[in-house]
Design a protein around this ligand. Structure first.
Ligand SMILES: Nc1ncnc2c1ncn2[C@@H]1O[C@H](COP(=O)(O)OP(=O)(O)O)[C@@H](O)[C@H]1O
Ligand SMILES: [Mg+2]
Length: 283
């Protein structure tokens, strides 16, 4: 039953409930969720549905009121494991302005690995590599404050990457960014996932979830819908009942099918564009 869920990079929620205060309503309610190492999981849900609370359980910032969360097989409630869990599961938050700890980009990114107690030349290597991954090497000596919101978010991701985690948790990293900045972050997340990192992307932009291996939709602290993007986004009735907007490409494809055009279901904008071009060239 627990196949592969002891491997580094995996996460398992077993009947997790969570309340911020005794007697307060459950913010997470009987969550069961297994994430295999290397998966890309998108977590969707309206404001207040419990997404951030769930995210904070993955790196032991919060621990379950009942039930169990394991990260790479380590129980988040086991105090002796917390350091290893945080080392292995890095989190990037919503607001790019509140995450920097140093004024110069390179020092900011070095903060995490410095705390891991690495040797200076090792720190430099890990930092350079992280900056290169997020395409910010040329800004290493700049002031964090001189960067755009999207660039600050990429630096925040680099700060996490510089600790070489197995799991990257992104809690609405694009919420404060424009569409281009957001796409940049999503692209970096996919590149890291392609290289083997487990990615948990929390978002309320449906588009961001189209490329995921799996989509989980929260409502009132419960998992309301779950499946591949294709499964979840073709359930338009359920999505509307959850007050979630359909991704643009899904909505458009649905309208086109209703008008008799044979386009597929659950497509990203790029794939829909390809299918439409195909249809047009066949005329
Ligand atoms: N620190 C906190 N103390 C008390 N209640 C909180 C706290 N953080 C969040 N909540 C409540 O928990 C619920 C879920 O919040 P959250 O996990 O932030 O949802 P989301 O990220 O989906 O918007 C909300 O009702 C919110 O008001
Ligand atoms: Mg949140």
């Amino acid at each position: 039953m627990n196949d592969g869920l002891d491997t580094p990079g995996s996460v398992s929620f077993s009947h997790v409930t969570f309340t911020y205060k005794a007697d307060a309503p459950r913010v997470l309610d009987d969550i069961c969720l297994d994430i295999e190492a290397g998966q890309f999981v998108a977590v969707l849900g309206a404001n207040g549905s419990g997404k951030s609370t769930l995210a904070k359980h993955i790196n032991a910032l919060l621990v379950p009121t009942s039930g169990q969360v394991t990260v790479g097989g380590l129980d988040t409630r086991d105090e002796a494991s917390v350091f290893a869990i945080r080392e292995g599961a890095g989190m990037v938050f919503q607001n790019p302005d509140n995450q920097a700890v140093a004024s110069v980009v390179r020092d900011d990114v070095a903060f995490g690995p410095e705390n891991l107690g690495l040797a200076p030349d090792e720190i430099r290597t890990w930092v350079d590599e992280a900056l290169s991954t997020v395409a910010m090497s040329d800004r290493a000596l700049d002031e964090v404050e001189s960067l755009s919101g999207g660039q600050k978010q990429r630096i925040a991701i680099a700060g996490v990457l510089a600790m070489r985690p197995r799991i990257l948790i992104l809690d609405e990293p694009g919420a404060m960014l424009d569409a281009r900045g957001r796409r940049g972050i999503t692209r970096v997340a996919h590149e890291l996932n392609d290289a083997g990192m487990t990615v948990v992307l929390i978002t309320h932009f449906m588009e961001d979830a189209l490329g995921a291996d799996r989509v989980v939709v929260l409502e009132g602290g419960r998992i309301a819908l779950e499946g591949t993007p294709e499964e979840v986004f073709t359930d338009s009735r359920a999505l509307r009942a959850l007050r979630l907007e359909l991704p643009f490409s899904i909505q458009l494809a649905e309208d086109l099918r209703a008008r008799g055009l044979e386009v597929g279901m659950g497509l990203s904008e790029d794939r829909l564009e390809e299918e439409l071009c195909q249809l047009l060239s066949n005329r």
